[in-house]
Design a protein around this ligand. Structure first.
Ligand code: ADP
Ligand code: MG
Length: 469
């Protein structure tokens, strides 16, 4: 294509076709793994005579491309399309994630970005604001989330017509609340069971409301939200202390509820524990079905990573997946982050992904404060509250059944989750001998195997401990 004509013809071209040409051009110039990891997942979403909009899966991805492959991308476009075409990136993100803020910040701090790259977040359809990548099909189910998923599916199948209205999903950060919430929206829209569906984070809701007040348009604001058949509101803990927003939401909620429109909410803790929320809102939530998402167990973590790898067309050895899943326990977002980082390293250093590389990446990941080891104090805390035994009793001399059991369970978890030697663990429990710790661990293992009731309590504590990582 010659340079003169290119700018005019560009308009008429299908942007995906143009991008496919670019990919063909790039493919032979970079290692296959690099191509598969960093170029294949990019989608072209629009093309004008001035700019090509590319969509990338996340901010990390964008940073990586921008710092490593900017040159080759520009060269490709110069070659194929003539000069003058700018590349702009869109990150496929829900509007509310913390990553958005990082992204905006980095675009301000980095002069090269200001010239050439405009970063936009939230490529979400206007009105619905739903991210199409979050669907039920790619939500891996384990015992930690199966009830939440079942409730979400029920609601998506019959919005406003089940007794799950509102539905409240709660759970710690990075465990899949937003994924599930948006999957409800995607499913409902794709089956046409509700026409007008919106997803909004509580932060965005609040900001929109403040803007409406400033422009004297609160009536429009309220009318807008009342117009939906399904309202998916994420992270309502952010409403804490925001009286006026809560007031506004209360009225919208009542109106939707009375007209049997579906409402789904998420929060990072049990609704009862939401401090700073008006009583009358809380009492509305009490009529809700509340479902929780717990930290995933090892098998679920492995399944999630396998699924992500398959989805992105990556061939990661099983032992590596297991290694990551064993070491990053509490948060799926971090689990995914570690995998992306691993790919990044392998493609940068042009080496295969093996256990050594995974260990190196994980050390940095842990070192950078993403994950940390569990303290023995937090283990003792979890166990003592489960058994209603206080710490003094746990480290003291009492040998009642309840206290002795709590003590042994806490010792077991200390061995599992800390790097402390058996001797040191003994010291934390009132100066007991290391053989006492060994005995305790054996006892716990056999109880778990033999007594379902014990085993249930045990998994509950285990999840709690893992969620503190
Ligand atoms: P939360 O809103 O609870 O903080 P997210 O829904 O944002 O968590 O989930 C964090 C990341 O983990 C997302 O990329 C999401 O797709 C992924 N994820 C969470 N749970 C699952 C699951 N069960 N199966 C597959 N991916 C999951
Ligand atoms: Mg979320």
């Amino acid at each position: 294509m010659d340079n003169e004509g290119s700018l005019n013809t560009v308009q008429n071209l299908d942007c995906q076709a143009v991008w496919n040409n670019c990919l063909d051009y790039i493919r032979p110039k970079v290692p296959t793994q690099t191509f598969d990891t960093w170029f294949r997942p990019i989608k072209a979403i629009s093309l004008t005579d001035e700019e090509l909009f590319l969509q990338v899966p996340n901010k990390f991805f964008y940073d990586w491309i921008d710092s490593h492959y900017k040159e080759i991308l520009h060269r490709t476009l110069r070659e194929l399309m003539g000069s003058g075409l700018l590349i702009k990136y869109t990150v496929l993100l829900a509007e509310d994630t913390e990553e958005k803020h990082d992204l905006v910040k980095s675009s301000l701090n980095e002069p090269s970005l200001a010239n050439e790259v405009v970063v936009k977040t939230g490529m979400l359809e206007k009105g619905t604001r739903i991210n199409e990548g979050y669907i039920f099909d790619n939500f891996v189910v384990g015992s930690c989330n199966q009830f939440a998923k079942a409730a979400a599916v029920a609601v998506a199948n019959a919005p406003g017509r089940t007794s799950f209205n509102p539905l409240v999903i709660y759970g710690g950060t990075g465990l899949g609340k937003t994924h599930l919430l948006q999957a409800i929206g995607n499913e409902t829209l794709s089956t046409g069971r509700a026409r007008k569906v919106t997803y909004v984070s509580s932060d965005t809701f609040t900001l929109d409301f403040i803007a409406a007040i400033q422009k004297n348009k609160t009536t429009d604001f309220s009318r807008y939200y009342r117009s939906f058949d399904m309202l998916l509101l994420d992270d309502i803990q952010f409403f804490q202390g925001k009286e006026q927003t809560q007031e506004q939401f209360f009225h919208i909620f009542n109106d939707l509820y009375q007209r049997r429109r579906q409402i789904v909410l998420t929060t990072d803790r049990q609704p009862m524990e939401l401090r700073g929320l008006q009583e009358r809102l809380l009492s509305r939530f009490q009529s809700a079905l509340t479902v929780d998402i717990q930290p995933p167990d090892l098998e679920t973590r492995i399944a999630i990573l396998q699924q992500k790898a398959m989805h992105d067309g990556l061939d990661i050895p099983y032992e590596i997946i297991e290694y990551l899943a064993t070491n990053i326990r509490s948060n799926i977002r971090e689990l995914e982050g570690a995998m992306i980082r691993l790919l990044a390293y392998s493609s940068l250093l042009q080496v295969d992904i093996d256990l050594g590389l995974a260990q190196k990446v994980l050390r940095e990941f842990i070192g950078s404060g993403h994950a940390s080891l569990i303290s023995i104090e937090s283990i003792q805390g979890v166990v003592s509250s489960s058994y209603k035994v206080n710490l003094d009793q746990m480290i003291g001399k009492i040998r009642t059944k309840e206290v002795a059991e709590a003590r042994m369970v806490a010792m077991y978890f200390a061995r599992e989750y800390t790097n402390l030697s058996l001797k040191t663990i003994g010291l934390y429990f009132g100066g007991r001998d290391h053989s006492t710790v060994v005995h305790a661990c054996k006892w716990v293992e056999s109880k778990v195997a033999e007594e379902p009731q014990f085993s249930q309590r045990f998994s509950f504590m285990k999840n709690k401990i893992e969620s503190t990582i």
